[in-house]
Design a protein around this ligand. Structure first.
Ligand SMILES: [Mn+2]
Length: 323
């Protein structure tokens, strides 16, 4: 769905914009916000940038990160709002109502599930990242890109492609990144900051998770378990659970990786990772959701009964794959 030329006209014509990206901001959310925001500022536009929530520490070095607001509510409904990387208005959290009241909403995204909630929509599900789409817009409009902007867009694309490891990486992705690298970026330095370096608390949590490892079904299913108490004692934030669950999938021979995070005596959060199985279906059966290879759910009940229910569904799904 693309109202691209109408969008380009508005960006050229209007003097003021509110830019906003989705909650629980990831690299693409922040990178496309800053890349577009800073470039429009250099073009003399009056730009305000918003994100519902805090910018994760690993992205706070990006130029302009200090300009992003997470509190002030958008007041002037006449100002065009550009929403980046957000598949639906609910992803805008506390900003949702204010954004949806804007007279003109430009929706720029690459999620296949985008609800086309904008007054104008530029949604390209073939793009690896919203940052890749933003680059195309800046290029077509001859808007300025400097080192800081290139770095933000590079971060957007590397994070959404998992360092060019995911299947959404295309020839165009590499062409865009080739252009961005001309601005003197340091890929080694950036990947160390964004992907490799983690706080000690993460490794303490990982040690606990690995020591809980169990294997089922001839090593096709791996399970790790973390309690809230252990998570808190390690000092790790809940974001860091995200990094742990990936380890469950990466064991050779594993088709389905499961992480149980026991939040309380009566609540368990579960993460699923897979190589071939569609774990969004599994999560859906348990009132959760997500993507084909990464999904999750939250269940009420004590750990043993939750685990029995989840493992029952997991075995069924694996047997269907093997049938
Ligand atoms: Mn994205």
């Amino acid at each position: 769905m693309s109202d691209r030329s109408a969008i380009l006209d508005i960006i050229k014509k209007e003097a003021s914009f509110n830019l906003i990206s989705h909650m629980l901001p990831d690299g693409d959310s922040i990178g496309s916000l800053l890349g577009m925001g800073k470039s429009l500022m250099l073009a003399g536009k009056n730009v305000k940038m918003y994100t519902p929530g805090h910018i994760p520490r690993k992205y706070s070095f990006l130029e302009g990160a200090e300009l992003v607001n997470n509190e002030i509510i958008i007041e002037d409904q006449e100002i065009t709002t550009i929403v980046l990387d957000s598949s639906d208005p609910d992803r805008l959290g506390i900003f949702k109502d204010a954004v949806m009241k804007s007279k003109t909403i430009i929706n720029i995204d690459h999620h296949v599930t985008n609800q086309l909630f904008g007054t104008l929509n530029h949604v390209d599900s073939n793009a690896s990242a919203t940052g890749e789409i933003v680059y195309g817009i800046l290029e077509d409009m001859d808007l300025e890109i400097n080192e800081g902007i290139a770095e933000a867009l590079y971060v957007a694309i590397t994070t959404d492609t998992g360092s060019f490891k995911y299947d959404n990486t295309t020839p165009l992705t590499h062409q865009v990144v080739a252009e961005l690298l001309r601005f003197g970026l340091s890929p080694g330095n950036l990947s160390q900051k964004i992907f490799d370096e983690r706080p000690l608390s993460f490794y303490i949590l990982l040690r606990e998770a690995l020591s809980s490892l169990e294997m089922y079904e001839d090593h096709a299913i791996s399970v790790m378990t973390i309690s809230k108490d252990i998570r808190e004692r390690s000092g790790a934030s809940t974001d860091e659970l995200e990094g742990i669950v990936n380890y469950t999938r990466n064991i050779e021979g594993v088709e389905l990786g499961i992480l149980f995070y026991v939040e309380s005596e009566n609540e368990v959060k579960i993460g699923f990772r897979s190589k071939r199985l569609d774990v969004s279906v599994l999560a859906g059966k348990l009132n959760g959701g997500g993507h084909a290879k990464a999904a999750g759910c939250r269940m009420q009940g004590d750990f043993e009964s939750v685990k029995a229910r989840v493992m029952g569904e997991a075995f069924k799904m694996l047997h269907e794959l093997q049938a």
